[in-house]
Design a binder for this molecule. Structure first.
Ligand code: LMR
Length: 394
């Protein structure tokens, strides 16, 4: 029967990872996959995670199953991290998932369970895997304008005009912060307008927040998500610990279902548990346990927050350096947006052909839509990139 299977299109980000590995040039630069790298090009285990891991090794006595939603302490700690006191815990159902992608997948699955013909509005562009999972689940997507190719900021008027077409029974996928792939983000005033639109249309928001702490700070990056969660009747939030805790391979994420009506929590929790059971049964626990330990131990939490802040500031300073170098090489301010963007990514806004020339002629790897991972740079490679960008004619 497997003869019916066809070759599937390769995931562009993962394909790029492989191409980079296979490139023999020693001066190649990887600005592809969204993984944080320090100045030495390494992705270290964060200090607080390492300490928690040591403690866990000493203290852990069993590896038996947790609950279907994972350890409730993880759900509580993550709900507090993402939502703080914006919403009462009595209004939040939560389930651990394998990574943020697992949470996104479960969230889409839940939308479909609730409404088999649900339409999901997605920003144009969005993380390619959003589209791929939606397609896999047979869910209709409706793109909404997001990126202004001129300013490289958010096309907010276009976004609002497109989202005004959403109705009750539709879902709107929003990036909580650090928009992937563009790096262009909503201001808090714009989030307020989005909330008003959500209330007017009755559409259900689903927020993907995968980079909390990488943009303007842990609290600032969650402000939009908190505003939505505290204002609308119901929403879904998919959060990832891969980047802000640096535990990519541990696959640690969470899906939260928030309802203003606390009496709905039991059904929402049951649905999340059911979805976990159907898709993979019990969620992975190791990363979730480390995150819980870090978030609930004041010393570990302070250590983690400090290191995360170092990471954030190092990316910000690379952004500023890159904008300055681009100004120097191009003799113009047209790349000023690089310093305005936030998070790991910036979209240069150029053609796949020029992105390919960066790769073939300069050994610089970025995703074909001209998304570059700022954290793939260091102080030495920033001028090399800036010169190459101007040289190929971007
Ligand atoms: C990315 O966008 O590069 C990351 O989220 C990694 C991935 O899985 O695509």
């Amino acid at each position: 029967m497997f003869e019916t299977l066809k070759e599937l299109p390769a995931d562009k980000i993962l394909m790029l990872m492989q191409m980079f590995k296979d490139d023999p040039r020693s001066d190649k630069i990887d600005l592809g996959v969204g993984v944080y790298k320090n100045a030495e090009g390494l992705t270290p285990v964060m200090r607080a995670i390492k300490a928690a891991e040591k403690q866990l090794w000493e203290a852990e006595t069993t590896k038996t199953y947790t609950g279907l939603a994972g350890d409730p302490a993880y759900g509580a700690a993550m709900t507090e991290l993402v939502l703080a006191d914006a919403v009462s815990a009595a209004n939040v159902a939560a389930a651990a998932t394998p990574g943020g992608t697992g949470a996104v997948r479960q969230g889409f699955d839940m939308l479909k369970m609730a409404k088999p013909d649900v339409r999901v509005f997605v920003s144009d562009p969005t993380w390619p895997n959003h589209l791929s999972i939606l397609k896999h689940l047979g869910i209709e997507t409706v793109p909404y304008r997001y990126f202004d190719e001129e300013t490289r900021g958010v096309d907010f008027d276009g976004m609002m005009a497109d989202l005004a077409k959403a109705q009750k029974g539709d879902a709107i996928l929003l990036h909580g912060c650090c928009h992937n792939p563009t790096g262009a983000n909503l201001t808090l005033a714009q989030w307020k307008e989005v909330v008003a639109l959500l209330l007017k249309t009755g559409a259900t928001p689903m927020i993907d927040i995968a980079y909390q702490g990488f943009g303007d700070g842990l609290e600032e990056d969650a402000a939009g998500t908190r505003l939505v969660a505290s204002s609308v009747p119901e929403c879904l939030i998919a959060a990832s610990c891969s980047k802000n805790f640096g535990i990519y391979r541990e696959r640690t994420g969470i899906l939260m279902a928030v309802s203003a009506d606390a009496s709905r929590k039991k059904i929402l929790q049951g649905t999340l548990n059911h979805l976990n059971r159907q898709n993979f049964s019990f969620p992975p626990d190791h990363g979730a346990r480390l995150v819980t330990m870090v978030l609930t131990d004041p010393a570990l939490r302070a250590e983690w927050a400090a290191e995360l802040e170092e990471v954030r500031l190092s990316m910000l300073s690379l952004r500023e350096q890159l904008a300055a170098e681009l100004r120097r090489f191009s003799g113009s301010d047209r790349f000023g947006f690089v310093a305005q963007h936030r998070g790991m990514f910036s979209r240069l806004g150029t053609t796949p052909e020029l992105v390919e020339r960066l790769r073939t002629e300069h050994g610089i790897y970025m995703v074909g839509d001209s998304r570059l991972n700022i954290a793939g740079l260091n102080r030495t490679t920033v001028p090399i990139l800036a010169e190459a960008i101007v040289k190929v004619g971007i």
